[in-house]
Design a protein around this ligand. Sequence first.
Ligand code: GZL
Length: 307
Amino acid sequence: GGGGGGGTEEGPKDPSEIVVGFAQVGAESGWRTANTKDIQAAFEEAGIELKFSDAQQKQENQIKAIRSYIQQGVDVISFSPVVETGWDAVLKEAKDAGIPVVLTDRAVDSQDESLYVSFLGSDFVEEGKKAGEWLVEEYADSTDPVNIIQLEGTTGAAPAIDRAEGFAEVIADDEKFEVVASQTGDFTRAGGKQVTEALLKSNPDVDVIYAHNDDMGLGAIEAIEAAGMKPGEDIKIITVDAVKDGMQALADGKINFIVECSPLLGKQLVDIVKKVVAGEEVEKRIITEETTFTQEEAVEALPDRQY
Ligand code: GZL
């Protein structure tokens, strides 16, 4: 209980008394491991106990973790929903238990917005649009067809759905752009490599690969080189995230453009938790700041990249 007078009035809790349960997606990508590190460091720094679980990208494991946090009576539950659907029941259980939920990174498709107090993360449709805008600019002077392979993120995940939507919206304006094949690589390097190997066989004259994250783009680079072609030249590559390995490939000319998606959500999540526990208002939707990188900009930025 906090300080202050007797009775039921609880003063604001000291950070050392707050317990947060976090259900992470998994460790599928460089982005995810950077996100985990940043969140754990932020709570360590704030002196707030963080219970942490890794769901290996399985929704049922995230639901199990959320249920265990409810059982343990944590003060706040936070998680990054691996897919958009299927959360209403467990979020209702948290609400009935009086435990506020903060979404980070990915969204849920719940119609009932009372099931979470805040959603902190990027605007993935905007990220897809930025990728499309670079492509439109890059091919502005050409009238030849531009054949695109799209490497989708995890099926049903908000970033996969939205990055495809934003990209499609922008390239729809010019019929020279055609997505000749689109398949999920599940946000992993291995997935990106396998899918690219298969799709290059069935689509030999591909101009561009649009990968929903760096890791799948790095897998595509391996597949393109194995096929005796030059990534970044014979086939241009656009990715999203801007983690160190992606930025290195961009600086090396193997990727052509990266749309940043910041994994550094830890400090903002700590602030939201403190406000929620203190009974203060929090914004329902907090969109993270992020930019884009060309090859030249990657050379400049690489030395200072934190992740
Ligand atoms: C985006 C995040 C995505 C990253 C991938 O915020 O959900 O999941 O883009 C990660 O690298 O796997």
